[in-house]
Design a protein around this ligand. Sequence first.
Ligand code: ATP
Length: 467
Amino acid sequence: MNDALSAPLFRRIGRIADEKGLRAFVIGGYVRDHFLHRPCTDIDIVVVGSGIEVAEALGRELKTKVSVFKNFGTAMLRCDGWEVEFVGARKESYRADSRKPIVEDGTIEDDQLRRDFTINAMAFSLNAGTFGELVDPFDGMRDLENYIIRTPCDSDTTFSDDPLRMIRAIRFATQLGFDIEDETFEAIRRNRERIEIISQERIITEMNKIMLSPVPSIGFQLFDKSGLLELIFPELSTLKGVETRNGKAHKDNFLHTLKVLDNVALKSDNLYLRWAALLHDIGKPRTKAFDPRTGWSFHGHEVVGSKMIRPLFRKLKLPLGEQMKYVQKLVFLHLRPIVLSEEEVTDSAVRRLLFEAGDDIDELMTLCEADITSANDAKVKRFLHNFELVRRKLREIEEKDRIRNFQPPIDGELIMQTYGLAPCREVGMIKEVIKDAILDGTIQNDYDQAYALMEQVAAQYGLEKKE
Ligand code: ATP
């Protein structure tokens, strides 16, 4: 018994195909993931004939809605938590200027030949007479056992036909921890310029899967080695390299960034925290300067970097809402805990950091700890110890003053009412003074103390209370 096919669904599909005199197979990711013991919720069924017809018959039996995409010859239904997609076996041929193939009906072998990698081209037969037989014309099983990504046919043709496959090769290598076979990798290098015909939406889908992998740096190293990085992510590519002047060198910011990314990945699955790690030093090339006395500096790179986030997100087709603001904020604040840990940690500085980071403070600390990539063990230990002190201080102050989601106890509305003002500069200034006083600890986060300070500042501005 093939335990990949123990669900009754597979027998059912096989029987329906038999009744119609058609052959049916489960193919691709489901088969691969079964052998890799990875969970998989998507099932791809290939029918030699009409996939839609088999899907509709199954839908009738299961009394389930079937979504049919006539133009693509595909149909989809959901069953027992699975998303099952049906397609007719097809043969594809490509033109040079598009990744949209010319499609004709084909045999199962034709269909397997159009798949991207040998490990993705394996199929199990579902017809009763051959149920569970593995159909593996390109020896995907051997590649799976050897952890190899390889194209089923000529690699140049595979990548030139659909250049997204180059990114997918790197994605699978990163996600599964596989190696890309030499000839396949060389073909990626040769065909890298073809990536220009692929939409950014498709690229970012794959890139996010790389970002969510256990060791995401593998993907970016492969992008770099293949020459794809400077085409799809030049801002990251310019972080590369070490410059030496007067015997002084700065670190390679690309390698450092990748280390930080991997460090964060060990601690968190939050995709956008990982993006913040990848982009935390993105402003460095634009702020790089050399002073013969003090050496290299990247002053203000966190400010420049955070300003680069919105245009970068727009270009990469990442979401521009809360996630973007979160990354912007973490990039902007990523040096603050370091500064704090180097100086004596004052309550006031801790309050300000808590106020600015809000609920993202813990993730900011995770990023900052990941940012310590020095090879000097003693230095790493010292930094980590200092960060522990900062974390402790953050906890103490937060418990005492509740600054995280702090709203000053006196708002603009009350100031305007008290002094009969329309919105104006003075209202903003009074609010600011109250906020600063609370953060600096000169008054407590308390209504009466804030009210008294408001009266004091208003008197300085010559404001009189409305009767
Ligand atoms: P994952 O679920 O991790 O995305 P997957 O292999 O299931 O991995 P899908 O994008 O769902 O990825 O693709 C399903 C199958 O379709 C693949 O296993 C592969 O056989 C085939 N396939 C997908 N994209 C391509 C492509 N660009 N070129 C050739 N075959 C492809």
